[in-house]
Design a protein around this ligand. Sequence first.
Ligand code: CO8
Length: 258
Amino acid sequence: MYEHLKIEERGAIAILTISAPKSLNALNSAILGELGDYLDNFDSNRFRCLVLTGDGEKSFVAGADISEMAALNAAQGEAFGRRGADVFRRLETLPCPVIAAVNGFALGGGCELAMACDIRICSDNAKFGQPEVGLGIIPGFSGTVRLARLIGQGMAKMLIYSGRAIKSDEALRIGLVQAVVPQAELMDRALELANQIAANAPLAVQAAKLCINVEYDMDAENAIAFESKAFGSCFATDDQKQGMRAFLEKGKCEFQGK
Ligand code: CO8
């Protein structure tokens, strides 16, 4: 149904693969459109985790499509940047968690896409970077926003100003990724984590995601109040009743997401 997206469902886990092998999965308008459509129709009641990856063993996403950007004027550049940023924001605010399984190059828009996911696991051959200033532009899919938030301003400025790409071990050291695994194990390890997430109470997982995302932009007082309210709302769910009963009876709970 999509030209550049491959979709797989494994129980409560959805796997989305960006596939444009000729350009190392670079993001053009068509792919952004498909990604936006997929996210708009994503059923967070049915799926408990989304794993996002790139096709092949070389590249996650090698950036926005340079051939499409080359002739843009300022207004068109802004519109293209806005379009990508909107799609990435939809990914970031998807109710259920998203794991980026980064299988190779995550450059420019590819690094920005990975950063819009909740958790990043990468293969040992992965490379991250924001090379945009070497093309006469800046990261335009929210990279200046998210990179600084994820790894701190100093490190973000060093990477963005220099355009330097870093290997997986350095990405782990600076906190850009949460785990590095051998390439052959990448999907298994991502799915293992996805299954751990999926075994937990889905409404509680969603509430935790919402809290962490929303509270980041709040002052401490409002953030704490927001968390208290979300915490309280968990007690209105069957999952909380059943989860706590199962614990007290030393049983296991199959959460229903109600
Ligand atoms: N866009 C378009 N085509 C690409 C891209 C890209 N980002 N990346 C790779 N390709 C194409 C190559 O042109 C090549 O095509 P062809 O076979 O027709 O010549 C094919 O993919 C294979 O690539 P290479 O032959 O270059 O493969 P290598 O293994 O030699 O190198 C690299 C791999 C290092 C990944 C190299 O391809 C590269 O440097 N790519 C560009 C990386 C980059 O600069 N990315 C950032 C792009 S800018 C961006 O993402 C901005 C996001 C914000 C946009 C805001 C809108 C205004």
